[in-house]
Design a protein around this ligand. Structure first.
Ligand code: NAD
Length: 435
């Protein structure tokens, strides 16, 4: 950490009082954490340690815009924990990024890595910007300056970023290059989600959607549901949702509805996901105008009478306002934070099996870990090997969470938190408190 860098401040204590509100994602995380901590009878000091981000970096990013004028952007990198290993987590670019959101996402990364037994801690980054209104050159200059300001934070053994909302392979390539220029060596393992030609992994693009498919099948097995003909609705047709819809179809499920920002698309006999993938790819990643389905609203999609509902778009989609209308037997959270704590209670009472985000979408970080391992070995695996190892780790994680939830007679979400917090707390006990 660079105290002498004027563009970077480090804050060790909580920056501002957190508003008690369900829209506050950090609060939503703490609400679940509290329940799990109680079950674990977590020591008070451990509680405070594990709920507090280890480091929060806030950086000012000056960018020369295409007009020639300088514009300042604010960027964050929150390291929630590095107890289990170097911290890991994506970077999001969005106009409404908040520090609380980044803190919540960073802590989810800690719990996610613990659940899938990946030797990483949790982190997340964000830059407040409107990437859709920026040119490629402006995005490149902003990414490079953010990375330069974070040179002492990032590192293959310290903190490893990855893509998240509105960041992609190209942005990861710029991070790799900027970090490598400063380190005076090419350091592919500093970032994951890179293009394959720069040390990216086969199977990374599909990893999160594939993990969603694996845990969905595992849940169906526990509920004695037949896979063939099981009806599925998927909210979001991006990286996670489109791959999950495609793979679940390949397994024999009937995906009857999908949606994206343009709205929902329904066909009771099952949608042609292949055709929709091709349409969306040719239509600027949008399903707008797709004709071979009936239009439905996003709300209608969520309350369809289906076996499986996969929210794979964004946070806060299932809240206490609409949870009662959900009819799916299984909800599999491809997105981060799609269900509010208030909705959790309603769904638990209804008997809906919710596969929580920190388990359901952990396939992405699992293959990021594979990418990091391959970069460090300089030896690259086949897609088949990546998929087999991913399937194995996701199935085991599902079983571990399911058993933990059963043992404590609680939901899968709280079971997942109990499992993760215990793993991190046990490691902390062994490491002890330095100083
Ligand atoms: P993406 O940008 O590729 O896709 C998002 C999709 O959601 C798009 O189709 C978009 O049109 C749609 N969408 C946005 N708002 C919507 C709305 N109100 N109603 C319906 N659809 C809407 O993003 P992604 O990478 O697929 O990520 C989706 C979610 O999964 C996010 O919560 C992300 O944090 C989480 N996630 C992603 C990964 C990953 O590897 N990509 C890993 C873990 C978690």
């Amino acid at each position: 950490m660079q105290f002498n860098d004027p563009h970077q401040k480090a804050i060790y204590s909580e920056p501002a009082p957190i508003k008690r509100s369900h829209e506050n994602p950090f609060e939503a995380m703490v609400e679940r954490f509290d329940i799990a901590a109680k079950i674990l009878e977590l020591d008070e000091g451990f509680y405070e340690y594990l709920v507090t981000p280890a480091r929060i970096h806030i950086t000012a990013i000056p960018v020369v815009m295409d007009t020639g004028k300088i514009k300042m952007f604010e960027g964050y990198r929150v390291i929630h924990s590095d107890i289990l290993g170097p911290s890991k987590g994506g970077i999001r670019y969005a106009p409404d990024v908040t520090l609380d959101e980044v803190k919540a996402l960073a802590s989810w990364m800690t719990w996610k890595c613990a659940i899938v037994s990946v030797p990483f801690g949790g982190a997340k980054g964000g830059v407040i910007c409107d990437p859709k209104g920026m040119s490629a050159g402006e995005l490149e200059r902003m990414t490079r300056r953010y990375t330069a300001n974070m040179t002492d934070v990032f590192g293959p053994d310290k903190d490893i970023p990855a893509p998240d909302m509105n960041t992609n392979e190209q942005i990861m390539a710029w991070i790799l290059d900027t970090y490598s220029m400063q380190a005076k060596r090419t350091a592919p393992a500093v970032v994951t989600g890179k293009p394959i030609s720069l040390g990216g992994s086969e199977g990374r693009r599909e990893a999160t959607g594939r993990g969603v498919m694996t845990v969905t099948l595992a849940a169906m097995e526990r509920l004695n549901m037949r896979v063939a003909g099981t009806t599925v609705a998927v909210q979001g047709f991006g990286n996670v949702g489109s791959v999950a819809a495609d793979l679940l179809t390949q397994q024999g499920c009937k995906v009857v509805a999908v949606s994206d920002v343009s709205g929902g698309y329904y066909n009771e006999n099952g949608l042609n996901i292949h055709a929709m993938l091709a349409y969306s790819a040719a239509n600027g990643n949008s399903l707008e105008g797709y004709a071979d389905a009936s239009p439905i609203s996003n709300q209608e999609l969520l309350s369809l009478d289906v076996d499986v509902l996969a929210p794979c778009a964004k946070e806060d989609q299932i809240t206490s306002a609409n949870a009662d209308s959900i009819r799916a037997k299984i909800i599999v959270e491809g997105a981060n934070g799609p269900t509010s704590p208030g909705a959790d209670k309603i769904l638990a009472e209804k008997g809906t099996l919710v596969i929580p985000d920190i388990l359901a979408n952990a396939g992405g970080v699992t293959v990021s870990y594979f990418e990091w391992v391959q970069d460090r070995q300089g030896y690259f695996w086949t897609k088949d090997r990546v998929e087999r190892r991913l399937d194995r780790m996701m199935s085991k994680a599902f079983d571990d969470v399911y058993d933990k939830a059963g043992k404590h007679d609680t939901t899968l979400r709280i079971g997942a938190y109990v499992l993760a917090i215990k793993k991190v707390a046990d490691a902390l006990k062994l490491r002890g408190i330095y100083g």
